[in-house]
Design a protein around this ligand. Sequence first.
Ligand code: ADP
Length: 502
Amino acid sequence: MRRPLFAYALVAAVLIAVVGLTYYSYRNTPSERLVLLDTMRELAQEKVVGIQTEIIKEETAMFGRVDPDNLADLKRALEGSNLRSVLVLDDEKQKVILWTKRQEEDTDRFFLDVVVPDLDLDRVLLDQRKSLHATYNGLWHLFGYTSRLINGKLYFIIVESDIDHLRAKVFPVFFDVRGSHLYQVIDRDGDPVYGYRFSGVPAGDVVELPFHDTLSQWRLRVAPRDARLLASRASRRATLDLILISAALGVILAGFFVMLWNVRRERRLSELKSEFISNVSHELKTPLSLISMFGELLSMGRTRSPEQATEYAEIIRRESVRLSRLIDSVLDFAKIERGVDVYEFADDQNLADIVGRALDISRHRLERAEMQLDAHLAGDLPPVRIDANAITVAVLNLVDNAIKYAADGKRLVVDLRRAGDDGVELEVKDFGPGVPEDERDAIFDRFYRSRTVRLKPIRGSGIGLALVKHIAEAHGGEITVATGDDGRGSVFRLWIPAHRES
Ligand code: ADP
């Protein structure tokens, strides 16, 4: 009882382990979507850094060109750059110079009265760069500023980037229109200032990053160009993963069950074998002790009459026949088990004769069991190719079983007839207890004895029907068992194919 329990516990443990492992690895494998989002975040980061570097490089180059003694040079520098304006203030925050490419009038006032008050000039450290990104009159402006000591004097330098130039020339270099991603720059209200609105892209598939140090009011958005394709690829991958995982699970479980089934079968077989050994020893011992007992009585002359002596001799003869039959079938069985070819087939055998002779051998035993034999052996049988000895063994086994298990039925009907055009059928029908339906396959297994007979004192080894089955199959035929028409007894049918001349 403990062993199956252990096996079930093992199955449960393996199942839990497999399911747990599968779940763990499934959870820890990043989904394709997460990998995609990570890639996009890196890409966005790269673009933001690239654009900021361009802007800051231009600004710092201009900071370095400021020389209060040579301001005409600064104008040339501005014209050669992509910046819009450059303003230099002294330490009193008074204008030293303002160069600009702006066409508007009042640029001075715009810078000095509007922009400068918005700058954090008091807190900008020497050579530190700060920036201001803001709208004036509904238009975006970007300023970078710093303070520098030139010839021992402090100056504030403010440069204005050209946002139109950034949008028209710098952004397109970074945001490849033919790449696998879509780019968009939005302002703080979420309105696009560069690129188009993404259509059909789920919000969860968009990555957004701010431009911290320059265009601080704007944010870059990146999305996959073909979101639907990626989504369907991700779902296909998920389905494939699921199929593979289930298939692997199925294989593991199937392997496990096959192993368990094999172990159980082996165990059952070894139990049956040891039962067989004790049955056979018992079957050998009984006739032997009868033979030795009656032999002894005869040799000591302890018989009351010559009839009694004949009776004792008859017992000895009968028991030795039984003994030799048993030994024969054990030897035959052993040969078959070893895979030795034990059959000697011959063409055109007269099956009716062979069955008739086998029944004659059994006739005496049938009479002693008070069983009436009705034999119908048809004469017009098709030719068969058979091993006469093997068929005799099969008939004897079937009849012996009927005597052993169905003597109460008092009758045995043996029918040998044509079965259609293609075979011959031998039917052995008794009126005993029959074979329970769930054991109708098992009784043909080696060493198998029915549950009901194991409890009764009926001798047997469990190899008789296994031999019959082997013989039937060696002849290309089969053996089956059924219940009689009236629901009583058992009907064994041995079918053998007719031999076709080729
Ligand atoms: P054995 O007779 O040595 O037990 P067999 O292989 O000849 O072995 O038979 C296997 C089992 O089939 C028997 O133990 C018995 O339970 C069952 N059996 C065989 N023939 C009959 C029958 N005619 N009626 C009922 N049960 C049978």
